[in-house]
Design a protein around this ligand. Sequence first.
Ligand code: SAM
Length: 231
Amino acid sequence: MERIVEPELMERKDQVISYARADFSEGENNLINQINYYLIKNGINLNKGELIVDLGCGPGNISEKLSKKWPKASVIGIDGSKEMIRIAELNKKTSSNRVPLKNLSYICADIKTLKLSEISLEKNISLLVSNSLIHHISYLDDFFNCLEKLSSDQTINFHKDLKRPNDEKLALELKEKCAAKHNDILTNDYYASLKASYTLKELKNFIFKSKLTSLEVFEEGDQYLVIYGKV
Ligand SMILES: C[S@@+](CC[C@H](N)C(=O)[O-])C[C@H]1O[C@@H](n2cnc3c(N)ncnc32)[C@H](O)[C@@H]1O
């Protein structure tokens, strides 16, 4: 199936509200567990003073989970949509279990023009994460340039996203499954996202061509792709 790009930022209020109200907690918890597993496997501890950055953080669901999992580290969520950041800030204030997320902050910025100095003047980023961001980015160069700009040789990257279905039939089946759980706005966004997603081959080719070969790319189940490692 040909890739069809979708708008990068999620800015429409109805779109943001539908996304923010949906329950993606199962996938989010899996992501946190996966990151934890890779950190443990590589003997990495996220101690006091370390910095975690969540790119394309949306309403902050994953940023909050990162902040609770590694309370000694600082967590910064970044999104280019003002409306997403407004909701993320609101969610932080009214967060479940009323755990004060003192180590969590948000920045509204586009990853294409983001500079490390906007995030931190003195700290390197220990963990650079994104979930469901890559398919929004029109050109892969923009995504990987951002990783290169923000990463040091110590930064662990962990990025998860949808995988583009092989054909329209599978895309429509996945859309129908989504419609059984979510409203029309979210279902249509999900369908557009599936079409905008990259394939394993596209990511692998880009990584190879750009000589970012310390990054690993793999399929997770039949719907997701994971990029992991150092740039
Ligand atoms: C599908 S949402 C994922 C949100 C969150 N990571 C999650 O998993 O719940 C994608 C987010 O990426 C943001 N985004 C897309 N392109 C971006 C860019 N160029 N710079 C910053 N944020 C971007 C969108 O505004 C949106 O909030």
